[in-house]
Design a protein around this ligand. Structure first.
Ligand code: ZN
Ligand code: ZN
Length: 145
């Protein structure tokens, strides 16, 4: 709990019980959860926590830079406590999202701001899709038909 409090304080976020719970969940679950998943995980222990509160809390975290939001899943915004530059891979079959630690690629894409100097570029999101190791074989045999 203390670490989570300190983490929030680093980003100038006042640590309420609900904020600590959401942040702690994100720090402990690197699965890039969406609002529904966080709600399902937390509402039994904190019944006063609504989906709207979770959504607003996450928006605050993203604005403060404590969490990044990722748009790799077109139906749901997903949230990531890992704010270091990295890319994401999403499996089209099982929808798992895997972190790809390729900071150099992220920095390289970001360097586009050297060319478009009149744009204030703040975030880079690199999303790759395909089939994970587990889903590959099935999919290959389907496409052969
Ligand atoms: Zn898969
Ligand atoms: Zn990630």
């Amino acid at each position: 709990m203390e670490y989570t409090k300190e983490y929030l304080a680093e980003f100038g976020i006042k640590p309420s019980i609900q904020r600590i719970a959401v942040m702690k969940y994100l720090l402990n679950h690197k699965t890039h959860p969406n609002v529904d998943e966080i709600y399902m995980a937390l509402h039994s222990t904190i019944p006063t926590l609504s989906k709207t509160t979770i959504y607003n809390t996450l928006s605050l975290f993203v604005e403060s830079g404590a969490v990044s939001s990722i748009n790799i899943d077109k139906r749901n915004i997903r949230y990531d406590a890992d704010i270091k530059p990295h890319a994401h891979f999403r499996c089209k079959n099982c929808h798992i999202i895997i972190d790809l630690p390729v900071p150099n690629v992220c920095h390289e894409v970001f360097s586009i701001s050297d060319i478009y100097k009149d744009l204030q570029i703040q975030d880079v999101e690199i999303s790759l899709t395909g089939y994970c190791q587990h889903c590959q074989k099935d999919e290959l045999s389907e496409t052969e038909e």
